[in-house]
Design a protein around this ligand. Sequence first.
Ligand code: PRP
Ligand code: MN
Ligand code: MG
Length: 178
Amino acid sequence: MSDKINVLISEEDVEKRIQEIGAAISKEYEGKCVHLICVLKGGVFFACELAKRITVPVTMDFMSVSSYGDDTKSSGVVKIVKDLDQPLEGKDVLIVEDIIDSGRTLSYLIEILKKRNPASLKLCTLLDKPERRVKEVHVDYTCFNIPDEFVVGYGLDYAQRYRNLPFIGVVEPGAGED
Ligand code: PRP
Ligand code: MN
Ligand code: MG
């Protein structure tokens, strides 16, 4: 049985919004170089699209994190699976995520990255589910606030699938026709 995917935000609307956010970032970082940190794997599609819409110089680095087991999830501790290649000292850093849900991943990541002395540290997310928040996180740029539904596409997965969908969809597991 296949899953049914209903479109929540169309490809056209996602791209239009990324262009707007890219323009806002270009304005704010005028005269600077923005160092984008893509949080793998979900952040990768958004980070690449966003980078294409930024007109100031851009550098990029990648990081992979995973939550510890359910027992310690409430502690908000995440494990660095792949660290950044480059130091952050003196850089204008912008973390790029696909979604902020409980906020655990990002609140922890921000604490770690702050200690590396960037000149500035901001957060940009494609999607935010504010009603799910457990840990407070300050988000500087949000493309879309969405309701608490299971979304896929544009980097977001359901059991590792559907990241490559060019739109944001809501999954109905097993509801599709085969
Ligand atoms: C998802 C998403 C965020 C995080 C948000 O990543 O991409 O990184 O969870 O959740 P939180 O706000 O509750 O911490 P996931 O752990 O599924 O890994 P993935 O990006 O590789 O899919
Ligand atoms: Mn992720
Ligand atoms: Mg995931």
